[in-house]
Design a protein around this ligand. Structure first.
Ligand code: ADP
Length: 838
């Protein structure tokens, strides 16, 4: 209790003092005498409406008109109350009355004004309300709103407990207790109105002037009414008491607008509130405040303005006052009114709810019996048996309702936790695991978004595995940079306003979280403590804060998910290693295959070279035309060998990243011509018809390229066209300008490539399986062409029809000739326009 301020301690002392005063007042309540009748006023006549106690009534019956009490003439039923108050119970007094047109006098015995039942109910209601007021003060000692609520609750408690009692002449306690009554009664109403201007949000700034204006009307009316009351009571002056009765109507008439305005304020706040959590908070209070005092105001206060007796005994209306503390208690437990965290265990809630219901039940039966006749439930054995029989199923029902209403979240969450744990184990990959988690969480606590991501502590890797219902967290680079800081915390990182108070957490950087649409993040770690990832959740759709149950569940689910993610990562690592081993094995096989291919490939041209060289050497007769032809063959085959070696060496260079290019500006048409010249021998040998397009014109196809690499790429394509054409020996080489590209196309009418493997022909060592293997080749050509094109900022495209031929296109970025140069060239050709002077 060390947070209690001296002011709070002072308030508490006053609270306790008044409580003791109220308990002291009980003897006065129980000792208050009354004539044994309920009176009513018919015009000027005071008529007996009901005889409360027959033996004490001295022969008076319903319908008799009272004239005087111990010689003092009576003008209203209140006069009789006032006069009786100075006497004591069981005392006899002389009453004059009219019966059947004749005036008579008789002695009646005074009976207790309040039944014990009334005292018990008012004390119970008062005590509960008092306790609640003290509770609010103790848990929020520094808040004005809580202090005002405290004042309203304890004043209400005292005005309920501190009713008027007996008035022994000259007893100063009377002055104390009556003063307390007036101050507390009006005070409760005024404090309540003040509270509604502060809660849930201040309607206007609190200024001394406003506070004075708020309290002044009530204070003035209360002081005047109280002064006249005290004077009349102390001096036993019936005339002054009659004046007071008129003022008392005014007093009541002032209380009604206070309460009405207060409820009006709440309704206004309720309408202005957007957050559902706050709305629910207010709903409970509104119900409590509307229903609680309503029966008392409607059945006691209001009728008293018009008729002298209220239609219902006061204790039955009083019991409804209990709804005020009950509705506040509900607000505390469920919606943390004023942010007070209440740890009330289930048993206490069952207990409170049950006692209230039983009390209400007993009173209800009592009320019915009061309406029916003199049957009383307290003394009825039948009633007791009924309650006992009904109690067990009733108790279970109440427990069930309390569980569902107050503790449902915990109840559902236990089940959810088990389900999560079981199902998480079944996911083989982090993707499906993430989808499962976000989906389940969304089902359990509808959120604006739920994202599951993996993060590495070095801050280099962030993978958004799943985000429901949108996918945008990976668009924020600062998410990753902040995420690395969460590696060191095992607590949730949350925007403080998004979770209920008292839940341990790391304060989030609110601006970033708002930008991402995230309210709370749960980091998860590997067994060794290394950050593995995080669950990032948006605000609840309901607008409510994350409760401690939510946070507990989400934290435990996230840490389980972390362990699962670690398990999955380990499994994948094993699989990756296995796959790597497989790849190594395949590569080794490929290499040995490659070596055997290469030896085979080399042997064919080498055999030709050797054969023709031997012919030339051994047969000196081979001369003239024949010998030139043989030399031509040897040269062609040597060139082929050279090309093969170049392709292999260049592939190796590219693979190692050591291939160097020498980029110069050149005309692609020149390179194409070189290619045709180089391949002339082979084309002739194979009897190909070569068609060209775009070469004849003087048009230039300027590109920035490495001459040798470009020639190599073109020769590779042309060699393939030759190799893979069987019957239709036709090839077309075309050059064109295509937008900002120079396009060089090599088309054939050969065997073609099936569509499903067409993209794969650019892979290293890949050869189309059907029929390629009887044709020489190692599967390196096209991959080399592609690498060359990439190095030139260009690309290779292919289109093919199996059995119909293929088309390979090389696209180089076009180096558009600069305008000046074009003009100069045109001018030199005589086609240029002479710029006009001026
Ligand atoms: P290689 O020709 O040495 O096998 P490439 O990388 O040059 O290797 O070609 C890969 C595969 O693509 C060849 O094995 C062949 O199956 C197919 N291919 C390439 N060019 C053509 C073409 N013009 N017509 C049909 N198939 C072709």
């Amino acid at each position: 209790m060390k947070h209690l301020t001296p002011r709070t301690l002072l308030y508490l002392t006053i609270d306790i003092f008044f409580l003791v005063a109220c308990l002291y007042q009980v003897q006065y309540l129980l000792g208050r005498p009354s004539i044994p009748f309920v009176l009513d006023q018919h015009g000027k006549a005071i008529v007996i409406e009901r005889v409360v106690n027959q033996p004490a009534a001295g022969g008076l019956v319903k319908g008799d008109t009272l004239l005087a009490f111990a010689g003092v003439s009576i003008e209203s039923p209140f006069d009789a109350d006032f006069l009786a108050d100075y006497r004591s119970i069981e005392e006899t007094v002389a009453l004059s009355y009219y019966h059947d047109g004749s005036a008579k006098t008789t002695y009646v015995e005074l009976v207790p004004y309040f039944r014990t039942r009334y005292a018990v109910v008012s004390l119970l209601v008062g005590l509960l309300t008092w306790l609640l007021g003290v509770f609010v003060l103790v848990v929020r000692p520094r808040e004005l709103t809580a202090s005002v609520l405290h004042a309203a609750l304890v004043s209400l408690a005292f005005s309920v407990m501190c009713m008027w009692g007996a008035t022994p002449r000259g007893d100063p306690w009377i002055l104390v207790s009556r003063t307390m009554y007036f101050v507390m009664y009006m005070g409760a109403a005024a404090h309540f109105l003040f509270f509604t201007t502060l809660f849930p949000r201040p309607l206007a700034p609190v200024t001394a002037r406003r506070v004075v204006l708020l309290y002044a009307p009530g204070a003035i009316v209360a002081v005047v009414a109280m002064a006249v009351h005290l004077y009349s009571v102390w001096y036993s002056s019936l005339e002054d008491y009659r004046v007071f009765r008129i003022l008392f109507h005014l007093f009541h008439a002032t209380i009604l607008p206070y309460v009405g305005l207060g409820i009006w304020n709440f309704i206004r706040s309720y309408k202005a509130t957007v957050r559902p959590e706050e709305k629910k908070k207010l709903q409970w209070l509104l119900w409590g405040l509307a229903i609680g005092p309503a029966p008392f105001l409607l059945l006691e206060t209001l009728p008293e303005l018009f008729v002298p007796i209220s239609p219902v005994p006061e204790e039955y209306t009083l019991i409804f006052f209990l709804l005020i503390p009950v509705s506040f208690a509900v607000s505390f437990v469920r919606y943390h009114l004023l942010d007070i965290q209440v740890v009330i265990n289930r048993t206490t809630v069952y207990g409170i709810v049950l006692s209230i219901l039983i009390l209400a039940y007993v009173l209800l039966v009592g009320f019915v019996s009061y309406l029916v006749g003199s049957y009383s439930i307290e003394s009825s054995a039948g009633g007791a048996v009924l309650i006992a029989l009904a109690f067990e199923p009733f108790r279970r029902k109440v427990q069930h309702i309390v569980d569902r209403k107050f503790f449902r979240i915990r109840y559902d969450f236990r089940l959810a936790q088990r389900k999560f744990a079981e199902e998480m184990r079944m996911h083989p990959d982090t993707g499906p695991l993430a989808s499962f988690l976000t989906g389940q969480i969304q089902k359990l606590i509808p959120l604006q978004t739920a994202a599951f991501c993996s993060i590495r502590q070095d801050g280099k890797e962030f993978i958004l595995l799943d985000e429901l219902p949108r996918r945008r967290l990976d668009q924020f680079p600062d998410f990753l940079s902040q995420a690395t800081a969460w590696g060191s915390t095992f607590r949730p990182v949350a925007v403080t306003g998004m979770i209920e108070t008292g839940i341990p957490h790391e304060a989030a950087d609110q601006r970033s979280f708002d930008a991402w649409g995230i309210a709370i993040v749960f980091p998860f770690h590997a067994k060794g403590g290394e950050l593995l990832g995080a669950m990032a959740l948006g605000p609840k759709k309901s607008g409510a804060r994350f409760s401690s149950e939510d946070v507990d569940l989400l934290a435990s689910v996230t840490s389980q998910a972390g362990l699962e993610a670690e398990r999955i990562a380990l499994q994948q690592e094993i699989l990756r290693k296995e796959a790597e081993a497989m790849r190594q094995k395949e590569l080794n096989e490929l290499k040995s295959e490659f070596v055997s291919y290469v030896s085979h490939e080399f042997r064919t041209p080498l055999t030709s070279i050797k054969m023709f060289a031997e012919l030339l050497a051994n047969h000196g007769r081979v001369r003239g035309e024949k010998s030139r032809e043989f030399l031509h063959v040897i040269e062609g085959e040597a060139d082929r060998l050279d090309r093969m070696v170049t392709t292999i060496l260049d592939s190796a260079k590219i693979e190692k990243g050591v291939k160097l290019y020498r980029f110069v500006e050149l005309d692609l048409a020149d390179v194409v011509r070189d290619m045709l010249q180089t391949m002339e021998y082979q084309l002739k040998k194979e009897n190909f018809t070569v068609q060209t397009n775009g070469l004849a014109s003087s048009r230039r196809y300027l590109v920035r390229a490495d001459r040798d690499a470009t020639l190599e790429a073109l020769i590779n394509l042309l060699s393939n066209a030759i190799k893979y054409s069987e019957k239709k020996k036709w090839i077309k080489v075309a050059l064109s300008i295509d937008g900002s590209w120079v396009r060089c196309s090599i088309l054939d009418r050969g065997r073609g490539i099936p569509a499903e493997v067409l993209p794969r022909v650019f892979e290293k060592y890949y050869r189309v399986p059907t029929g390629s293997f009887e044709i020489e080749g190692v599967g390196l050509g096209l991959s080399l062409v592609r690498s060359i094109m990439e190095a030139h900022g260009g690309r290779i495209e292919a289109a093919s029809t199996p059995g119909g031929g293929s088309a390979f296109h090389l696209l180089f970025p076009w180096k558009r000739p600069r305008a000046r140069r074009v003009r100069k060239r045109r001018a030199s050709r005589g086609g240029g326009r002479v710029p006009r002077a001026g």
